[in-house]
Structures are given as structure tokens and as C-alpha cells.
Design a protein around this ligand. Sequence first.
Ligand code: F6P
Length: 529
Amino acid sequence: MVRCDETVAWAALRGHYEAHGRDLDLRQVFADDPARFDRFALQAPEVFADLSKNRWDEVTRRLLVELAEACGLPARRDAMLAGGPVNTTEGRAVLHTALRAPRGDAPHGDEVHAVLDRMLAFAGQVRAEAGGAITDVVNIGIGGSDLGPRMAVQALQPFCHPGLRLHFVSNVDGHDIDAALRGLRPDRTLFVIASKTFTTQETMANAAVAREWFLAQGGRDTARHFVGVTTNLEAAAAFGITETFGFWDWVGGRYSLWSAIGLPLAIAIGAEGFRTLLAGARAMDEHFASAPLAENLPVQLGLLDVWYRNFHGFASRSVAPYHQGLARLPAYLQQLEMESNGKGVDLDGRPLPYGTSPVVWGEPGTNGQHAYFQMLHQGTDVVPVEFIAVRTPSHAHAELHTKLLANCLAQSQELMLGKTAEEAAGEQAPTASRTLDRAVLARHRRFPGNRPSTTLLLDALTPRSLGALIALYEHRVFTSGAVWGINSFDQWGVELGKALCNALLPRFASGDAAGLDASPAGLLARLRA
Ligand code: F6P
């Protein structure tokens, strides 16, 4: 494999960064180039991107594309789409794209469509009973078996069946399942036990609690009220589940929304809605597969991430969806990006001398503005911000929506423009001290500006646009991972904690602290006291 930091393009990017990148001033480049907005705009299926307020220029973009080519991005992309074993450490293909391809257009079409058809038919049956025999659906799963459907059900609320309440239980903290079960009737509740492996401690423990609750509350016919979604059909059967929707080891947990893991979403939005979500993702897949790298939105975003992480040294990116329905998107993206690209060795196992996944975090706007945006505007770290705005809301409060959009645009403007101390000195802020030295005050009220942001625009938040948006992020993560030369599809980093937890569990009963370090031993003693 070609290591990105050993390519000619990487060296050229380093030189370009030193000469023009570090000091690029967004205010200046906009003043110099009235066409900058158009020059840095990209339209992908369902998603328009304004990339102009980023600290890059045409040369950076050209060199980044050269870097992608030198690192074999197109070949790696094509290998993934064709079903090559790109998840090398697990010897698996990575084919979440096959889950949204028309039959015959991708590997495994027959299996995929057989399960999809059956799952959508089942979702239809549940919807037919909605509000009567079934009023509540409880999904029990964690990580990729929770975050996707949970995020999407919230995002697509206006499309959800009004006679059904969807609940999501993920945490092994019993407060989570207690809150979900409160007020439910066993005879009107459907439990979906969602686990790729059907061995995950949290999910298995919560599933057992749910079954106990169901029986204790007089529930009958477990077979009708519990369904499973898993690749491990035997384990689901051993749990007593007879209705199971399968998927395959070539679907990574964090890429599994499109598989039967999407069942709660399919129940909520129906077969047509779910197929439309898949079609939106498919449109983005086709864009990713065929658009030239310079006009390929996921590729451009992934390369921008590399530019910021490895040349500017920005270690974090904030996602600010200006849509309440996307409140869980940052959490979803945390798993997608940080579990995929939070790696420290390349495909050959060599330690990396450069940074990989940034910290991804955020909250919906405008809430974040009244919390941590202070740090984004005046803190000592530069954090690129990704705004997501939706042109047409699904509510009728036009005046609220205009205010929301104005806030979104204002924030990216403020990040870029900043405010000089001189400008601040010329103002009289209503809450400012009247006794403090004016020059000192002006320095407190100065904004450095030149802080980068990207704005993504959707026309409306629909199953189709949400599908395209999520697929955009998947391919963007693939792009930066491919340039970094890492395996974006394993997650060994979560294994050690599971093993240590299993080793600690019996100590809670026995109190045996032998062999433990002083800190876990001390904490164990206090927790058992
Ligand atoms: O612990 C991390 C992880 O393996 C994720 O990758 C996965 O999405 C999650 O656990 C849940 O796993 P499962 O679906 O097998 O229960």
C-alpha cells in the first residue's frame, strides 16, 4: 500500500500549507474572488454544499485530489463496491451499498431483496394493527443496532405512523429500560431485539429484562411479541425468538441502518418510505462511484477532513444541524466516523505518524449557540463547523423557520468575519462594564474570525434526502480512511473494555480484588460498601 505521507502530493500539500494555507484569510479570498461561492459549491443528489468558507484554495483542492489518486482511492472504492475483502482484519467484504441497490445491480441481490421484502411485509402487518393490537414498538439494541434507527425515526417524525410509539433502549443502565417500559401494555407491545452478533452484553441483558417484564405483566405469546434482527439466527432461536430477520457479516454495525436493523424505522415510516430512504442513499452511492473526484461531494468532504486534520492540525469537527429532527445526527456520526477512523495503525499494521479521526460532536442549532458556540467563536482552538440547514420545514411556523435559518447563516458569517478590537471599541455593548478600560474591554470583545465552516443544504428532510445525507457521510468517512490507509471497518478498540468488564463482573459478587490495581480495587470496595 502507498502511505499518504510518503506521496509527492503530501509533500506538495505540506509546502502549499506553509506558503499559502496556514495564513489563508477567508475575508481576503472572498474579497479577491467574487465567484468564490460558485467556485466552491457542489451539488450532489439531495444535498447542496457550500464549501467556500473553508481555509483552502484551488491549489489545495487539486493537490488533495492528487493525494487521493496517489493513495488509490478510486481503486479502493471500486473494490468495496464490488465486494472485495476490504475489511482486511476480519477478512470481510463491506457491502452496505448492496443493501440499497436494485436487484441485480450489486452482489447478494437475491438475499438482500428476499429479506427486505419480508421485513417490509412484516412492517406493513404491524402498521395494519397500529393503534389497536399494537401501540408501542420497543427496539433493544446498542451502537449500530440503535443509533441509526433511533436517529432516523426522530428525523422522519412527520412521516411516522401516528398510531405507533417507538421506543429505543440501548444502555445497560436499568434506568433506560425502566423509562421505556413505564406505562406499556404487554399485549400491545412489540419488542425488536436488534443485535448483529446477538451476544452484546447490554442488549442481551435488556432483552432478558424485557422478556421477564412481559411475562410478569401477564404477557402471552412471546413469539408474537418478540422479533429478532441479527446475523446469528441460532442465538436468536435459543432466546426463544421465532420471527427473525437476518443480515450478513459484510454489513458493519454502524452501516446497518439499511438492513433489517432498519425494521423499527420501516415500521414507523412504512415500506414505501423505507424504499425511498434506500433510493436516496443509492443516488448518493452512484454519485460517489461515478463523479470525478473534484466534483464528488463525499470525496471533497473527506479530503477537506484530511487537510484540516493533518495540515492545519484541527483535531475536532462540530456538526450543527439546524433542524430539531436531526438532534441525534451528531451521536450517529460519532459512531460512524470515530469508530471507523479512530485507528492508530495502517493496513499493514504500521503505527501512524499522523492523526486520523477527528473528534466529532455537536447539538442542533440554535441550542448550541447558547452553550458551546462561545468556544467556537473566541476559544483558543479552531474547530471547523458543519452547518446543516433545511429549506422547507414540515411545520407551519414560517416565522420560526426564517429565524432558524437566519441564525444558521449568521453563525457561519460570524465565524468567518469575526470582529476586530477596533470595531469592538467603537461599540457600546449594553451589558459591558462602564468602568473597565475601553481597550481591555475591546480585547475581550474581539473575535478572531477566519474560522472555517461548511454548510450543507437540503430542500426538505424526507426519507430520500435523509438517505442521501447518511450515505454522503458514509462515503466521506471511507474517503479519509482510504487516504490514511487504515481499515475503517473493524473496531478492535471496543473489545478490550468488554473483556475487562467480563473479568470484573464476578468480583462485584465476591469482593475479590486480588491482582487489581489500587484504583479499581478502591472503587470496587466503595461501590460494594
Ligand atoms: O461495541 C461496538 C459494537 O461492536 C458496534 O460496532 C456495534 O454497532 C455494536 O457494538 C452493537 O453490536 P451488535 O449489533 O452485535 O449487538
